[in-house]
Design a protein around this ligand. Sequence first.
Ligand SMILES: Nc1ncnc2c1ncn2[C@@H]1O[C@H](COP(=O)(O)OP(=O)(O)OP(=O)(O)O)[C@@H](O)[C@H]1O
Ligand SMILES: [Mg+2]
Length: 250
Amino acid sequence: MAKNNKNSGYGYGYGYNGGNNSMFSVQEAYKAIRTNLILSVIKDGCKKIVITSSNPHEGKSTTAVNVAISLSQAFKRVLIIDCDLRKARVHKALGVAGEPGLTNILSGLSDADESVQPTKYQNLYCLPAGLFAPNPAEMLASERTAALIASLEQSFDYIIFDTPPINVVSDALPLIKLSDGVVFIVRSKVTVYSEFEKALDALEFIDARLIGVIVNGDDGSEEGGRRKRYGGYGGYGGYGNSNPRRSDNE
Ligand SMILES: Nc1ncnc2c1ncn2[C@@H]1O[C@H](COP(=O)(O)OP(=O)(O)OP(=O)(O)O)[C@@H](O)[C@H]1O
Ligand SMILES: [Mg+2]
């Protein structure tokens, strides 16, 4: 799909600015997602949101970065953590160093102060994945990770977690358990319903709170498009209420 050269890469201007969709509509779509997120997670203190999907390449990192940027325009302190230790992408998208990062902290090589980096977006901070780790699932499930997040949440209004796909590896599950909710990405015309259903079963099994489903790459037009549409938001109390639909019917 064509990308806007001026905005290639991630960023608030990141997007798929081809077809009939202007960058304005992409930005508006992320603002709508932000509003829904804000309204869906009501609590004092830091709100922790996991972005995941069933399989690779469905748009998790793209969405995580753009949602974080959008939130940073409304809140003072937003942190995005790259929890995909196998395919770290967030630091590149935000133009920050790849390490020190999460794995450096977990292995005792660095501390959070030196690993959490400011970005070119005011109010947005990034904790990159860090050094390559041979045991990502184990690391993310460790008490050290839970303790680190408990400490980081004292300093932020929102923490967005970019994670690997849940039908492929189990890395995201412990993060989902300690989060306030999951935003699930479905790639239009790519994600098949059986995979979506399998992922929903995994989420249900761990009592995850699914707060929304984003259909990525669909503008609802005949031609197909690139706007992000938010479906099923407001599904408080679990994904039974989130009205999952086949992405290829969108
Ligand atoms: N709506 C879209 N239209 C066109 N390209 C897209 C769209 N969403 C994502 N992409 C592209 O698809 C690729 C995968 O996107 P992204 O890295 O966000 O997915 P991911 O789910 O994080 O993948 P992975 O599971 O490998 O981490 C990237 O090259 C991205 O630029
Ligand atoms: Mg990714």
